[in-house]
Write a protein that binds this ligand. Sequence first.
Ligand SMILES: Cc1cc2nc3c(=O)[nH]c(=O)nc-3n(C[C@H](O)[C@H](O)[C@H](O)COP(=O)(O)OP(=O)(O)OC[C@H]3O[C@@H](n4cnc5c(N)ncnc54)[C@H](O)[C@@H]3O)c2cc1C
Length: 494
Amino acid sequence: MEKKKAIVIGSGVAGLASALRLAKKGMEVQVFEANDFFGGKINSVVSEGGFRFDRGPSIFTAPHYIKELYDLCDEDFENFEMVDFGKSFNYFFNDGTRLKLSTNKREIIEEISSKLNEDPSTISDYLTKAKKNYESIIPLFVEKSLHKWKTLLGSKFLKALINIPKYKLTRTMNEENTKTFKNLKTVQIFNRFASYNGSDPFKAPAMLNMICHMEMNLPLYFPKKGMFQITESIYNLCLKHRVKFHFNEKVSKINVEEGRVIGVTTNKETYNSDIVFSNMDVSFTYEKLLTNESHPQKILDQPRSSSAVVFYWGIDKEFSELSLHNLLFTDDYKKEFNGVFDLNETQDDPSIYINITSKYVEGDAPSGKENWFTMINAPINIDQDWEKETQRIRAMLVKKINKVLKTDIEKHIVSEKVMNPEFIENTYSCKGGSIYGNASNNKYAAFLRHPNFSKKIKGLYFVGVSVHPGGGIPLALNSAKIATEIMSKDFRLN
Ligand SMILES: Cc1cc2nc3c(=O)[nH]c(=O)nc-3n(C[C@H](O)[C@H](O)[C@H](O)COP(=O)(O)OP(=O)(O)OC[C@H]3O[C@@H](n4cnc5c(N)ncnc54)[C@H](O)[C@@H]3O)c2cc1C
């Protein structure tokens, strides 16, 4: 029997995972990627002077979703080398308070309670609750489609619904954290987890406080070669399973005939296929590739998650007070998020995240030097003057880093590359440059993401952070799994 043909638009982590899963279903798979590199936002950049940077993500959680792909291919997950460095975040506050968190729950509790005068049992109970909520919510809201009756009528889902009052949906993350902890600095540390899916802790439901479980109850690993190893390893599995890649080939149209997909047209050619998986941002998929079809406007109009401004700095010195993950907090978190989500501007004194992979990844910086990925949360691109804004932000970052680390950082920057929301939007074709699709800034957000399939066009599926289940690498990997499972049922494949 002739193999069914599948086309995947985009080679982000969700596109790659989809291509692999489709190939394992026995399909002939082609991936079309607009850029000349694979991996979407998870790619690598090298700057002058021999510094390597992961261009996008730096926090690696839930490695078991990558293991699933290795298992699917009968490959040994030991080959995906990752390390638990024993350290998670170093936190710096403007008043000189510093915390060094490890990846050990007991030590985390000890550090927070001693430095911030919290009751150890309050932190312990909070983390236990995060674990319970995570374990009951994730299998239903993240690992299954919320757009299929089978999930919604299942006994586990109904049980989760009955438990909803426990998840404090009526409170925001910040309200719950303020009620729980004495010290506003502790509140700030736990509010921070809203940024893991590009949301605002002053709006996002308290249920999202469970995100800390992945970092504080579970080991925090890091891929031995850096985050790029994630997409590189899935890409290599794809090649082993005969997935064909077309780089520099942008899809300009999804071709539809009598309510079903028949293939795509790119800047080079038209290709036929039985199914199409779009890893392109869902809003742009409709706006640019499905111009003649009806659009689910309510879903596409939901507020977007945050974007980012990143400076990739080669630094000619080592800072012993910094670790792999470092956060220099603002004094006014509310003002910072208000700027990002309501005013579409970056406030003075934003929180700065500094990720330094050269602390652990061999060869990421020359000896005695460090590669600083220096990032702030930023509003999405609505045609601000990003050239001017990026320079303003740079000056603020330099000033704050100098104050907090008591240094003159400008003197130590020997190479620089920059990424801002406009660059993110143009490079990865994601609307507004939002890095996690829709924000989770209201309690209905989980139900207001686009399904992993088209309700109108047969053979069309959607994966990646802009659709269910949402933002971040683990969720993007789940979107690929859910979409492939739905497709298999639609086409009666094993
Ligand atoms: C600065 C930054 C920091 C981040 N930090 C973290 C973190 O610490 N942890 C975490 O889990 N996540 C983080 N993220 C988010 C994470 O990168 C994303 O959630 C994830 O990589 C998105 O994967 P994706 O498959 O949805 O899509 P993308 O990576 O956006 O890939 C989509 C691909 O589709 C291609 N494409 C689009 N349109 C077309 C077309 N018409 N034709 C052909 N190709 C097309 C694009 O070129 C791109 O390669 C971060 C992101 C950024 C930018």
